[in-house]
Design a binder for this molecule. Structure first.
Ligand code: FAD
Ligand code: SF4
Length: 502
């Protein structure tokens, strides 16, 4: 059953064999596995249960509902936007459904005791079947994505179609606001029903604050019941459990661990986020980037992990860690990025149907930091180091090059004030200064790395019995590609390991 904690009497005291915190790909999958193996599972989720029938496709409704800080989460100095989802299903509710595996060269470099490369392969096969992953049919590629394909092919660069976990997609283009057609084979659609069928309980509007323990083993999870509208605490809860799996994301999990004063080394130091920059081309033709599946084509010319990892590689090489795809924001999101007021702003928005947008996301090396902020918040420090800044600027320049190759008359870069580059004009940046450019990230990871001192490569905490981690925090480094497939794989792997541990 799914229960709304805000409708229950508090203080609430519950008992379970396993308490999982966070219902994204990592938590929902681990909870499903454990419940199907016979454990009595309670899954805590700070956000709401938002079924497809409540996905209204309205930015002003869905962004506050589905994203932390109403979509406005940033690094502490506000220099980087870090978008993260909340709600039953976590970021899988509103993500873009791209599915990619981590390449072997990186898995080999990680060289994890309980996750050899062959084990990853087996997990990927299982997850791809679970999520019904398939290639996006070419017939479903939008004008926007074909613009990128045209440019990549004209340059003779490497590129190709992407894989996704959608079934029954009508190509509405609203993925980032959640799918009203229930076409996403995500944690909500795939894992939660199986968890509930196996007797698992999901508690929404229940935000864990800390893990209670006696210094040797876990005893319980305590937290606050949140008001569904204001998100303010309205009561307390405790879930007494011998086993706890933290899957509150690569920001939420280390924050919880630090707030709990756990034995063992400090966590939260190695945060990676895949920072990204974007450029918009103004085309004569109508691109109508809001139409169709958002991202179906990738440029991989500058993503060559073998060049920066493994034997004979050069980790400082520039132009080997950049992944380029299309990006598009719904009207309100776009309007907030365009300069000007009144009629000047209206005139800019008049070009909305003619804008094609590319984003360059990097496989980042810079370690960021997570700290708890009060009882319910997180504080994130992240600013790319000089090497990552060079890689970001390299990617931005390639985006401009691709847009001009595809036929853009001019290119806009979201600086304040906005930068306009005319065809033939030199790329105007030689350094990326804080606050100059809009940096955005949607893939936090690597903040509690496996075999980094606190947890092993089964996700088991090495210093507190009964504690497990099951989300993107576990990666030993950033991965340079969309992470959800690998996080579902972590959920299967950790869920089974904790069941086997008894
Ligand atoms: C806009 C966007 C687009 C993306 N597109 C893609 C894509 O196309 N392909 C891809 O592979 N990846 C994509 N991602 C990334 C992917 O969705 C995430 O990496 C993945 O969902 C992370 O899984 P997770 O289980 O680690 O955490 P999350 O999905 O973040 O889930 C964590 C859950 O824990 C809850 N929580 C946090 N703290 C607490 C607490 N204290 N108590 C209770 N609950 C708590 C949160 O509300 C959330 O529901 C995208 C992300 C975004 C933001
Ligand atoms: S494009 Fe497909 S998956 Fe995305 S919201 Fe529309 S129907 Fe759903």
């Amino acid at each position: 059953m799914i229960y709304d904690a805000a409708t229950l009497d508090t203080p609430l005291v519950l008992k379970a064999d396993l308490c999982v915190v966070g219902s994204g790909p990592g938590g929902a999958t681990a909870a499903m596995v454990a419940a199907e193996a016979g454990l009595d599972v309670i899954l805590l989720e700070a956000g709401s249960f938002v079924p497809p029938s409540r996905m209204t496709q309205r930015e002003e409704r869905m962004l506050p509902e589905l994203l932390w800080a109403n979509g406005g989460r940033t690094s502490r100095d506000k220099a980087v936007h870090i978008h993260q989802g909340r709600g039953v299903g976590g970021s899988s509710l509103h993500n873009i459904n791209l599915c990619k595996r981590i390449p072997d060269v990186l898995l080999r470099e990680w060289n994890l005791e309980h996750l050899p490369v062959e084990r990853w392969h087996a997990l990927y096969e299982e997850v791809e079947e679970l999520l019904q992953v398939s290639a996006v049919p070419e017939a479903a590629w939008s004008v926007h994505n074909r613009m990128l394909q045209r440019a990549v092919e004209a340059k003779g660069w490497r590129g190709g179609g992407l894989q996704h976990n959608r079934t029954g997609c009508v190509g509405s283009g609203f993925c980032l606001l959640g799918c009203a057609w229930d076409a996403k084979s995500n944690a909500l659609k795939v894992c939660i029903p199986r968890l509930v069928a196996a007797g698992g309980r999901v508690l929404t509007h229940a935000q864990a604050v800390r893990v209670q323990h006696d210094g040797q083993r876990v005893l319980a999870v305590e937290g606050r019941v949140l008001d569904p509208i204001t998100r303010q605490p309205v009561g307390d809860f405790v879930v007494e459990a011998q086993r706890v799996a933290l899957a509150a994301s690569a920001t939420g999990t280390p924050a919880l661990m630090l707030r709990s004063s756990l034995p063992g080394p400090e966590v939260g130091e190695g945060l990676r986020i895949h920072p990204a920059v974007a450029a918009a081309g103004d085309f004569d033709e109508a691109i109508e980037g809001w139409r169709g599946i958002p991202q179906t084509y990738e440029c991989t010319e500058f993503l060559d992990l073998a060049a920066v990892h493994g034997p004979g590689s050069d980790p400082t090489a520039i132009g080997k860690r950049t992944w380029i795809v299309t990006a598009f924001a719904q009207p309100v999101g776009t309007a907030t990025m365009l300069p000007g007021f009144g009629s000047a702003h209206l005139q800019q928005m008049g070009r909305y149907p003619h804008l094609g947008v590319l984003t360059a996301m990097i496989h980042d090396l810079t370690p960021g930091r997570v700290r708890p902020r009060g009882e319910l918040g997180v504080s994130l420090d992240y600013w790319p180091d000089p090497l990552d800044r060079r890689e970001l600027l390299f990617g931005l320049e390639r985006c401009c090059e691709l847009l001009f190759t595809a036929g853009a008359r001019r290119v806009y870069i979201p600086t304040d004030p906005i930068t306009e580059i005319e065809r033939g004009q030199a790329f105007p940046f030689d350094e990326l200064h804080r606050y100059d450019l809009d940096l955005t990230a949607v893939h936090p990871m690597a903040s509690v790395p496996m075999e980094g001192g606190a947890v092993d490569s089964r996700g088991q905490h090495l210093h507190l019995e009964g504690l497990w981690i099951s989300d993107g925090s576990l990666f030993p480094s950033s991965i340079g590609m969309p992470p959800q497939l690998s996080i579902y794989a972590m959920g299967l792997h950790v869920g089974r390991a904790l069941v086997a541990a008894g």
